[in-house]
Design a protein around this ligand. Structure first.
Ligand SMILES: [Zn+2]
Length: 141
């Protein structure tokens, strides 16, 4: 597998110099959405895991979280909250069965689980299809 992360070479992922309120800039919010919607699950998980120690410098005996960068959909600020948010997405993604695609195979809408409803996402029913597409398939069968 040789997948490229969709964020490669795009703006909005690095904190601009002398900008306050970086985390609420449209480019930053777009960057976060790209992570969540377009990044393949494995890359996303890798990204989140590496962000946990991305702030390390040589000789650190404790991991420092990333600072001034959007990673895994999180605006990383190098603080404890960043670490908490990263660990939360790692947990959430690690629990997702690998056979459930992040988008419905039929309607291609972003898909979530019944247990964890997200605004704008369809709910996974089975076989990689959302509830609506699965029902439509059953009707036509
Ligand atoms: Zn669907």
């Amino acid at each position: 597998m040789n997948e490229q992360p969709p964020c490669l070479g795009l703006p909005g992922f690095l904190e601009p110099k002398d900008t306050s309120g970086w985390q609420v800039l449209p480019a930053t919010i777009a960057a976060q959405a790209l992570c969540r919607d377009s990044c393949p699950r494995d890359l996303f998980l890798d990204c989140a895991r590496s962000a946990l120690s991305a702030g390390n410098s040589v000789g650190d005996d404790q991991d420092r979280v990333a600072d001034g960068v959007v990673m895994a959909g999180i605006v990383c600020r190098g603080d404890a909250l960043t670490g908490k948010a990263l660990r939360r997405v790692i947990k959430q993604y690690a629990e997702t069965p690998a056979n459930r695609p992040r988008h419905c195979l039929n309607c291609h809408k972003p898909m979530t689980t019944r247990r964890r409803k997200l605004l704008g996402h369809v709910i996974h029913e089975s076989g990689g299809l959302c509830t609506r597409c699965r029902r439509a398939e059953q009707r036509s069968a």
